[in-house]
Write a protein that binds this ligand. Structure first.
Ligand code: ZN
Ligand code: ZN
Length: 368
């Protein structure tokens, strides 16, 4: 049974079938999935500990007694085993009993100690093969339920921001505004924030990932807000920048340069385009205004169960974007000792373009 309305047994079974096809194409007989987010993706089980074995015939989920009931309720398409003496113990014993000869494992997730434990307990006859992020590869293209979850997360994010905007004024602490945003996202049904909400004002906005501090906003400062709600386990990611007071010509020029660069990059998004091409669109637009050297990070990243996932939209990345992928487009400029401007939307890649999933205004950036 699947608990959440956006989870369906059919979609989890379809993901398991896609993984089976991928395993077959890579000549991998079975994969032991230990990364929590991948366990959730494949089965719907959201507990903090569990391991899944998926092969052409096998579909097993091991959990410890804390999660047996939850796993039976949430997990789709797998047999649930309770393991009292450690999950990896259970896995190893099952391998021994079923005379498993070969298994791939998520090399980027298991620690050396965990892997040694597995290897020792499962016996010598078993060949272990490290696997490179196979489930992550499947997660690049979202299914209908995932797109709907991120669409809702994006809407909640945009609304929480627009409702917080009237509270933005000189004298308010960054931290208080971050709390207001988090509160509003939760009131609108979010499970929480996908990452620590960023409110960075004045010179602090020159650090792309500044934590909100006790600093009070001041007149004639730029303020960067970077926020994202999680809904049904899926994240959204959005950044808006505002100016307090009457902006001079320079600030206006800089702001419109970033908005233009972001728009150019969003227009470059479509099925089949190389990720690096989208990055280039943003960089070229900023270069036209002589600002390229102040853009110090990648243009975007995939969003889904994790806030940063595949694909990366960076310089020279040759991966082609695919319809159904969800990515951010977030160029920014950062001028040391002065401040920064970043605009970010989460967008859905479509066959002929992009749909913005974080529909908050970029025009209302001047707070008087
Ligand atoms: Zn962000
Ligand atoms: Zn982002």
């Amino acid at each position: 049974m699947c608990a959440e309305p956006l989870r369906s047994a059919a979609s989890h079974r379809a993901r398991q079938e896609r993984l089976r096809a991928l395993l077959e194409s890579r000549r991998v007989s079975r994969l032991l999935v230990t990364r929590r987010v991948n366990v959730c993706y494949l089965t719907g089980f959201t507990g903090s500990a569990g391991a899944v074995l998926l092969g052409q015939r096998e579909a097993v989920l091991w959990v410890d007694p804390r999660y047996t009931l939850q796993a039976r309720e949430e997990a789709c398409g797998v047999e649930v085993f309770e393991e009292k003496k450690g999950i990896l113990n259970g896995v190893a014993r099952w391998f021994e009993k079923n005379r498993v000869r070969e298994c791939a494992y998520e090399a980027a997730d298991l620690t050396c100690a965990q892997f040694e434990q597995l290897r020792a307990k499962a016996g010598k006859g078993l060949r272990w093969r490290p696997a490179e992020e196979l489930v992550e590869e499947l997660r690049v293209v979202k299914d209908v339920g995932e797109i709907e979850a991120i669409r809702q997360a994006g809407r909640v994010t945009a609304e929480a921001w627009e409702e917080t905007l009237p509270l933005v004024r000189p004298g308010v602490a960054e931290r208080d505004l971050a709390a207001e945003i988090d509160y509003r996202m939760r009131r609108k049904g979010a499970q929480g924030s996908a990452f620590e909400t960023i409110v960075a004002s004045g010179p602090r906005a020159a650090c792309p990932h500044a934590s909100p501090s006790a600093k009070a906003l001041q007149e004639s400062e730029l303020v960067i807000f970077d926020l994202g709600a999680i809904l049904s386990d899926y994240a959204a990611d959005m950044t808006r920048t505002v100016f307090l007071g009457e902006p001079g010509t320079r600030v206006r020029k800089l702001y419109s340069a970033v908005v233009r660069a972001q728009g150019e990059a969003v227009r470059a998004v479509r099925d089949g385009v190389r990720a690096g091409r989208v990055d280039l669109a943003a960089r070229r637009a900023l270069a036209k205004c002589g600002l390229a050297r102040y853009f110090t990070h990648s243009t975007g990243h995939g969003v889904g169960l994790e806030i940063h996932e595949r694909p990366r939209l960076g310089r020279g990345v040759t991966t082609a974007l695919r319809a159904g992928s969800i990515v951010t487009v977030e160029p920014g400029i950062y001028l040391p000792d002065w401040g920064g401007i970043r605009i970010e939307d989460t967008v859905l890649v479509t066959p002929d373009g992009a749909e913005i999933l974080t529909p908050a205004s970029k025009e209302s950036w001047i707070v008087r």
